[in-house]
Each structure stands twice: as C-alpha cells, then as structure tokens.
Design a protein around this ligand. Structure first.
Ligand SMILES: Nc1ncnc2c1ncn2[C@@H]1O[C@H](COP(=O)(O)OP(=O)(O)OP(=O)(O)O)[C@@H](O)[C@H]1O
Length: 276
C-alpha cells in the first residue's frame, strides 16, 4: 500500500503573537496511505489540532507543504471533512436537513430522490435513520455526534479529520460510537486522521498511532504500527498480550520519554515530619 496518498512534508507552523512568533510545529513529516486510520496523540498544547487544521486547509503552513491525492492542499474543501468534539450541527435544521445540506454541496445537480437516498444511507450507517425529523436539541450528545459523522461521511471525503470526536461523551456512549466507527471504516475504508487523548481508543481504532513531542516546536516523535487483526473486539482485546504491549508503548512515550509532569515542590522539613 503506497503511503503517499496524503503527504505532509517538512511542515512547520508559527503563529504571530503579541510577544513575537510562536513556533508551534517544526518539520512534521507524515505519509499516510489511502484507507489508513491514523490517530494523533500527544500532550495538551503539542500541536495536534494545528496539524489537523493544516490538513483541513483552515490554516496555511508557514513552511513545507501538504499533498492530498496529488494535489497541494490550499484552503478548505469538501474532500476533507472535519468532525469536531462538539458536534457543530445547525440547530434550526432537522437531523435529515443537516446531512442534506452537506450532500447538496457535493452532489450539485442531483435529483431530490438521489440526494434523499444518500442522506438516508449515511444516517442509517450511524443508526440515526429513526430520527430524521428531530432537531439537534431533541437528541442526545452521542446522537448529535453520530449525525456529525454521517454529515462528514456523506460528502465522501478523501480524508475524514476528527478532532477528539468522542471526547465529550460518557464512557458507554463513547464505546458504542467507537464500535460504530470501526464498522463504518470496515465498510467504507475511509482515510482518517483522528486526534485523541485516549490511549485505549487510539490502539483500538488505529492502523498507526502518531505520537507527537511536546511543544513549542513540536514534531512527530514516534509512529507505532498497530498490527492487531481486524475486526477488533474490545472485550477480547482486554486479554490480548499484544494489545497491552502496544498500549504500554504509547504510555511509555507519553509519561516516560516525553512526560509533561512538572515535579512537585519538595515539602518543607516540618510538613515532611507531619506526614511521617
Ligand atoms: N492562532 C494561534 N495563535 C497563537 N498560538 C496558537 C494558535 N493556535 C494554536 N496556538 C498554539 O500552538 C500550540 C499548539 O496548539 P494546538 O491547539 O494545536 O494543540 P493541541 O495539541 O491540539 O492541544 P489540546 O490537546 O489541548 O487540544 C499551543 O501552544 C497553542 O497555544
């Protein structure tokens, strides 16, 4: 499988701030194959969203470049759909209409029936076809996130970009959506970049985990291949030594090699005595 479908070469990003330039990313190199599921993991503030925004075309790299399917990324486009942590659905539109809006963007000139077929297909993929007429305020957070994913997928994007898509959900809903995403991924074979802070989520879902060093001047630290066979089952993996080994690699990168914990101040002599 060629890893040149999405190619970030020597990408650097610096931001102008009132106190001067802030160097967020330096020499980010990453080659992603078509159909790969990549997770970006790293401590808060290391630059994960910045990488995603650059691929989305919401920001322009200050050095290097990004090529997707042979074309330089220059500005946003429907071939790079983004799912945010807080489902950005339009509150005055129904579930159906929120997805329809996206489909219309990419199926200009299609008949109403063709559009309806596509909208229903993607809403059924995320099991939301029972709530077509509901407004966002009438459905749960997990359901909103499902609709957000359906909306992004309905544009048949070349790359699906997900910024902590399940970060705001409770653990159970999160697990359901992770399973749904794995099933969808098995069916559609999308190319995905997902930001997560959750090590288990990264190992469960990814083909590779890209671990970023701490900022400023963050970059790709290590890349871990997740060779666990698919389909993956979270319950079976709980007893899988390979799963634990991979999990351990990520934890070791984050908390040993690139720890961000500031050492606690030494307690004063009297308080030390009090503890003893
Ligand atoms: N527009 C901006 N102007 C100045 N600095 C910025 C801007 N956007 C991001 N930064 C800085 O760049 C660094 C990387 O930010 P980014 O949001 O990409 O990190 P992150 O890894 O996604 O963080 P988190 O996990 O907390 O969401 C941070 O230090 C942030 O303050």
């Amino acid at each position: 499988m060629s890893k040149h479908y999405l190619d970030l070469s020597d990408v650097g990003m610096r931001f102008a701030t009132p106190t001067g330039w802030f160097e967020a990313l330096v020499n980010v190199n990453l080659k992603i194959a078509k159909g790969e599921f990549i997770s970006l993991i790293g401590h808060s503030g290391c630059g994960k969203s910045t990488v995603l925004n650059l691929v989305a075309g919401l920001n322009e790299a200050t050095s290097g470049g990004i090529i997707l399917d042979g074309r330089e990324v220059a500005g946003p486009g429907p071939e790079r759909a983004v799912v945010f942590q807080n489902h950005a659905l339009l509150p005055w539109l129904s579930v159906y209409e929120n997805v329809e809006l996206a489909v219309r963007q990419v199926m200009k000139g299609a008949s109403k029936a063709q559009i309806a077929e596509k909208v229903r297909y993607y809403l059924s993929l995320v099991q939301m076809d029972h709530a077509l007429d509901k407004k966002p305020h009438e459905i749960s957070g997990g359901m909103k996130q499902r609709v957000g994913i359906a909306r992004a997928l309905s544009m048949s994007p070349k790359v699906l970009l997900m910024d902590e898509p399940f970060g705001a959900l409770d653990a159970l809903t999160r697990a359901h959506l992770q399973d749904a995403l794995m099933e969808i991924q098995a069916e559609l074979n999308n190319t995905v970049i997902m930001i997560t802070h959750d090590v288990d989520e990264a190992v469960l879902l990814s083909d590779r985990i890209v671990m970023m060093t701490n900022g400023p001047a963050a970059s790709v630290g290590e890349i871990l291949d997740i060779t666990l066979p698919r389909p993956r089952n979270r319950v079976a993996l709980a007893d899988d030594p390979e799963y634990h080994k991979l999990r351990q690699c990520v934890l070791s990168f984050l908390y040993e090699k690139h720890s961000k914990v500031t050492p606690l101040k030494k307690p004063k002599a009297e308080s030390r005595a009090a503890v003893a």
